[in-house]
Design a protein around this ligand. Sequence first.
Ligand code: HEC
Length: 113
Amino acid sequence: MRRLWGHIRCAILAVAALTCLSVSSAGAQGNAASLYNARCAVCHAADGTGNTTAGKKLGARDFASPEVQKETDQELIEITAKGKNKMPAYGNSLKDSQIKGLVAYIRELGKKK
Ligand code: HEC
């Protein structure tokens, strides 16, 4: 019986943890920023310039450049989901809503100059 309660407590904790996770991933901008810094900044740099060792080597463009600015949100969403040349595809590891949030964040980075 003791053991069973242990399992139940464990299950309750797991459900609580999952609820926390899904609530936080529903958050908008703040979450996109931390996602960007964790997943994208290695190549694109925290400020979106692509000015990192990996970014320069692979050819990541400045998000503020006219080439990137003239692409539509839809195109940027597609590149993020499907990848392009050295840009990895994120369609399997990120949700559509997360990718949309990231593209909105990239637009903000592009404007800050
Ligand atoms: C391993 C390095 C790397 C990582 C990590 C990376 N990218 Fe990229 N990204 C690139 C490169 C290189 C390009 C340029 C692709 C090309 O046009 O040849 C690119 C291009 C892009 C573009 C298109 C803009 C353009 O140059 O036309 C978007 C949008 C983009 N990345 C978003 C993201 C997002 C969002 C993440 C994180 C989820 C991310 N990238 C992570 C390397 C990376």
